[in-house]
Design a protein around this ligand. Sequence first.
Ligand SMILES: [Zn+2]
Length: 320
Amino acid sequence: MSEYKNYLHMFNRFFSKGHLASTYKPVFLRALLDIGDFEDSQKGDKLIGKEWITHKDGKILLNLNFIAVRFAKYYWDMEYSFRLRQSQDPQDANITRMVREYHDPAKKPPTIKELTHNNMEQFRKQVITKSIKPEVLVHLKTDMHEMYEKIDSNTISFDDDIIEFLHVNKTLLKKGLNHVLAKYLEKLNPMTIQISNKIDYEKATRKTLKNQASLAMLRWQDSKCFYCNRKFEKAHVDHVIPFNYVFSTDIYNCVLACQQCNCIKSDMLPEIKFFDDVIGRNEDISNYLKSTNTFYSKKSYKILFESCATEYNGGAFFHP
Ligand SMILES: [Zn+2]
């Protein structure tokens, strides 16, 4: 059997398993898919961590740092952008502990590119030795043992037709892996919406409100901040229920706020009295919502607020 068919066989076997013990394997395999871009005429040059791949004598030598940056990015986003639980016991995940140790609360999670920088070398080393090796590679060895060979402590090798295989099948495999991940996370985060989009969020672009909608809001609010009621210099569109929870921009969940309120509120829910004001505002603009074909249900919106308070928000609610 050619190696190509062998890979197909391995992925098929992986997908046909009914049950997943953790997110590690699909996250690792998803990181691996990027190798398929290595010799792509358009994407190859831009491939982050390209320096960690060597193509020689029919083999691909892969330095595990290539996987580590992608692997860490997933868990960092899940922990700090989307707050999606990854296991029953959040304490037992090594990778999450490492991410917490390195996280700067004043900053957003780093990009994959930033994770390749020299100042993250120590972090990557920990990810490789404490998570990727003991928590992923050991298990892949039993499940997908024909897949790779160990070269040294930081390098594994593949037959080079994996490039073509991953390149040709990337979309399909990524969709499959995302589906497996989403299914697993839905069980652990039953009240959280948009899980499959959050998993694949690099594809998702953050939609902004149409100009027309912003102008309408200026009128409704008389150019005053929704929260502190002061006239603002510059209006900021605020997602009442945080964007990273709802993962969409709909006018019924948007208000205009001054810079200060918008900044402090950040990804918090507002106190319930402000939410009640939004509900009232949405009743006032019901014709506008209808005219823009926006689906809105007061009941669902209230449930969303409660779910966000339980699953995402933590204890503090914003007030100006
Ligand atoms: Zn304000």
